[in-house]
Every structure is written in structure tokens, then in C-alpha cells.
Design a protein around this ligand. Structure first.
Ligand code: GDP
Ligand code: IMO
Ligand code: MG
Length: 440
């Protein structure tokens, strides 16, 4: 079967975790290529909630190889805590987890540096997850980073930690922060080295073996297209490529190994952190999305900003990623509405824009053009068959498909794995539907 990328088409939290868990039975390998423990992918199994941050969501099934690629930044403590949490849920298959030798590590100074940079920005702060993600990628680009492979040679690790801590201490002291003790940082990371060693591998080679053995791979995106460092709403973005290119660079696989890209798309829009959001619904409607959709960050618990579906943004994401199929999630959240708005275009200074703008000062001033639709009188919540969906909802889906020029392949009607409508003709060439349906 095919190798598939699943990624977010909006500002993250589209429901990637639920969908990856749903389709995972069709794949042998689940691989993350970017981001870090800023991600929060929620999965419900038999009413139990599990949030994955760093480890691919495939870990919930004992037969999946779960790979953390070179493009990911790893906080060793967060990784070990997550494995321990999974163990407390009875998930013990950590021998299926592999970390790239080339993945960069998050060190204690990264979150301290982030705290300073957010404080310096004042009202213009990014509103990051405070996990040290940005500063870890900064060090990677500055060629100062410490990689998982360095944990395999303690004298190299010591030298690199000392050099970095010395340098960062000058910066920390300048901004009145407490200096770090380089010996203590080294001791902490030397202890991690001992515990992480067995997971650290040549991931490109491992994936190549899987590909040769015809094991289908599911590439699990984190964040979303509008948070991409290049194509997102810069500078209100994360520090990695959450678009499709990140898969090749973040794992060491060629583009010919990607058969399709599926975009995960919420039936409305949310965003955590700062930055322009043209279809944001303030007041009562925004609160309704937040409460019905339980829109609170899976990583930081912060309330998510909510608004209407934005077809300009999603069709832009489809173009950037080569998406021909999407999964529409959280449709049930709109059940309570009599009237639904869909943004079909943007005007800027009185003129219709051709696409999603690159500059945030322009995006901040666009006037969203809304099409109004009647709500669907009967709820879609929990529906599992396409034929049972109300006609007004099917019209909503058709409108979205026409606007973004992509087909809807799954409709998610609730947070549980089972609360899903599979549109089989749009999926059957990509995955083994019998294996997926066997677990529903
Ligand atoms: P991710 O980061 O893209 O994996 O998404 P999150 O897990 O951060 O946020 C999505 C939230 O929506 C989670 O709490 C999911 O359990 C929930 N969810 C996913 N799909 C649906 C759906 O179709 N309906 C409802 N009501 N909740 C959903
Ligand atoms: P998942 O994978 C939603 C946002 C932060 C902030 C910006 C930069 O669960 O969809 P960072 O800590 O990455 O430097 O923060 O990116 N952000 C996310 N928003 N979902 C995520 O991941 C996010 N990861 C980062 O809120 O605005
Ligand atoms: Mg999330």
C-alpha cells in the first residue's frame, strides 16, 4: 500500500492525533519529521484520553515502528516522561521507538533563552509553548546544536555542553537570569545518554529497509501549514517546516517515497498564541466554538482562539502541500448553530486578493468575505455512515470541496475513533480499509 503524509492545514490542533490513530492499522511505521513536544496530539480509546507530544501516535498500537526523525528537536526529559506516562496506560512497547542520531536536543538553556526573547517582545510576543523549541532550532541553524548522536560519545558531549553553557551564561546573565552550572548540565545529559542510547539509530537507513520490505509508512505531521517557518504567518509561527517538504528533510527520505498528502482540516478554525486570524469570531460565537469544541491547548491548556472556516487559508495549504484529499474534523461542533459562515475570499484595500497573503500586516487588515449557510437541523455527532448525514451538512462539505479543490475522504463526527465516516472511494487506493474497519 501507499506511504502517506498526514499534516495540518490550519494553525495546528486540527485533530491529527485522532485521525492518525484511526488509520494507523493500515501502516507498519509511523514517523515524525519536525517539531518537538510543542505538539499535543489527543487520542481517545475506550473513553480514555491520551495526549502524545513527541512520540508518534502509532505507539498506541503494539505492532507499529515509531520513528522520531532528524528534523525533530528532542527534550530527553520530555521523551522519558512520555514513555513513563504511556507505561502507566499499559503501553510498554518502547522497543518499537527509534530516534535519529541527527535529531537535535533541547537543553535547559533553550527554555530560559525563550523566556527572555518572549519577554523582550512584550505585546508582540509569539505566544510560544515555552518548550525551548525555537531556541533549539536557532542553535541548529547556527551550527551550535547538540545532537542525539553526541550522546553516544561522552567526551564530545561534554565539550559541546561546556562550550554552549559558557556562551549562553553570558546571555542569561545580561538579562538577569541565573547562570547554569555546566558540570551539572553535563551530568544530567550523561545520565540521559545512558537511558536513550538504545533508541538512537540511523533513521534514513531504517526507513529505507522498511520501504524495501514494502512496509507502508504514515508520516505524522505536527503543528499546521499556517505555523510553518517559511509558509506560515511569519513571525507568528513555529520554527520548523510543518509543510510536506519537512518530511523529506526531517527523515532522510526521497520525495518519490511519498504517495499522497492528506490534509487534516477542522470544520472551523482555531489558533493558539498570537498573530492575525481573519475569520476569528469574538464574543458569544467564539465562546460557543471554544466550549462545544473543548478548544483548550493539549500541551499548554491555553484557550484556543476560534473562528469560521477559512477557505482562502485551506486552499493555500492544499497548494503548498499538494493536497488532493482532506479529512474534515469536529463537524459535530457546528451542530448547535442555526447559521454557519464560510470565508470564501479576502478583500484588501477594496480589492479581492488572489491568495493568502505573505505579509502579516496585510493579513491583519484583510476583510474576509463570508458566505452564509443554514445550519443542519439534526446533529451529525457520532454518525458513522455517509448516507445518515443531514443534507445541509453534505452541502457544507460540497461547498468546502469546491472552494479548496480537494476531496473530503473522512468526516470526523466526534472525538472517538469510531465516530468517523470513511468515504471509501477516496481512500481505498491509499490504505487497507478492511484493517481500519476491523478496529472500529
Ligand atoms: P492535533 O494536535 O491535530 O492532534 O489535535 P489536538 O489533539 O490538539 O486537538 C483536537 C481536539 O479535538 C482533541 O481534543 C480531539 O480529541 C478532539 N477531536 C478530534 N476530532 C474530533 C471530532 O470530530 N469531534 C470532536 N468533538 N472532537 C474531536
Ligand atoms: P499540534 O501538533 C497549535 C504554536 C504556539 C505558538 C507558535 C510557536 O498539537 O497541532 P513554539 O512553541 O512552537 O515555538 O510556538 O506555534 N504551536 C501550536 N499551535 N498546535 C500545535 O501543535 C502547536 N505547536 C506550536 O501556540 O503560537
Ligand atoms: Mg494539538
Amino acid at each position: 500500500m501507499a506511504n502517506i503524509v498526514v499534516l495540518g492545514t490550519q494553525w495546528g490542533d486540527e485533530g491529527k492525533g485522532k485521525i492518525i490513530d484511526l488509520i494507523a492499522p493500515s501502516f507498519d511505521v509511523v514517523a515524525r519529521s519536525q517539531g518537538g513536544h510543542n505538539a499535543g496530539h489527543t487520542v481517545y480509546i475506550d473513553g480514555k484520553k491520551i495526549v502524545l507530544h513527541l512520540i508518534p501516535s502509532g505507539i498506541l498500537r503494539s505492532d507499529k515502528l515509531c520513528i522520531i526523525g532528524n528534523g525533530v528537536v528532542i527534550d530527553p526529559a520530555a521523551f522519558l516522561d512520555e514513555l513513563a506516562d504511556l507505561k502507566s496506560f499499559g503501553i510498554k512497547n518502547d522497543e518499537n521507538v527509534a530516534i535519529s542520531k541527527k535529531a537535535h536536543l533541547i537543553l535547559p538553556y533553550h527554555s530560559l533563552v525563550e523566556k527572555i526573547s518572549e519577554k523582550k517582545l512584550g505585546a508582540k510576543k509569539i505566544g510560544t509553548t515555552s518548550r525551548g523549541i525555537g531556541p533549539a532550532y536557532q542553535d541548529k541553524a547556527a551550527r551550535l546544536g547538540i545532537r542525539a548522536g553526541d550522546l553516544l560519545n561522552l567526551s564530545v558531549l561534554k565539550e559541546k555542553i561546556e562550550q554552549n553553557v559558557d556562551e549562553k551564561n553570558i546571555y542569561l546573565a545580561h538579562f538577569g537570569e541565573k547562570k547554569l552550572n555546566k558540570e551539572r548540565v553535563f551530568e544530567e545529559y550523561a545520565a540521559y545518554a545512558h537511558r536513550l542510547e538504545k533508541y538512537i539509530k540511523d533513521i534514513s537507513l531504517l526507513l529505507d529497509d522498511c520501504i524495501r520490505q514494502k512496509k507502508p509508512i504514515l508520516f505524522e505531521g505536527a503543528q499546521g501549514t499556517l505555523l510553518d517557518i517559511d509558509h506560515g504567518t511569519y513571525p507568528y509561527v513555529t520554527s520548523s517546516n510543518s509543510t510536506v517538504g519537512g518530511v523529506c528533510t526531517g527523515l532522510g527520505v526521497g520525495p518519490d517515497k511519498i504517495d499522497a498528502v492528506i490534509g487534516i482540516t477542522k470544520a472551523y478554525t482555531t489558533r493558539v498564541g498570537s498573530g492575525p486570524f481573519p475569520t476569528e469570531a469574538r464574543g458569544e460565537k467564539g465562546r460557543l466554538f471554544m466550549e462545544k469544541g473543548n478548544e483548550y491547548g493539549a500541551t499548554t491548556g491555553r484557550p484556543r482562539r476560534c473562528g469560521w472556516f477559512d477557505a482562502v487559508a485551506v486552499s493555500y495549504s492544499c497548494r503548498i502541500n499538494g493536497i488532493k484529499r482532506i479529512v474534515l474534523t469536529k463537524s459535530d461542533v457546528l451542530d448547535a448553530l442555526d447559521e454557519i459562515l464560510v470565508c470564501v475570499g479576502y478583500n484588501y484595500k477594496g480589492e479581492r486578493l488572489r491568495s493568502f497573503p505573505s505579509e502579516i500586516w496585510e493579513l491583519a487588515e484583510v476583510e474576509p468575505l463570508f458566505k452564509k449557510m443554514k445550519g443542519w437541523a439534526e446533529p451529525v455527532y457520532g454518525i458513522r455512515e455517509y448516507s445518515s448525514l443531514p443534507q445541509a451538512f453534505k452541502d457544507y462539505v460540497k461547498l468546502i470541496e469546491d472552494l479548496i479543490q480537494a476531496d473530503v475522504s473522512i468526516i470526523s463526527t466526534g472525538k472517538d475513533r469510531k465516530e468517523s465516516v470513511l468515504i471509501e472511494e477516496n481512500l481505498k487506493s491509499l490504505m487497507d480499509l478492511d484493517k481500519i474497519k476491523a478496529e472500529l
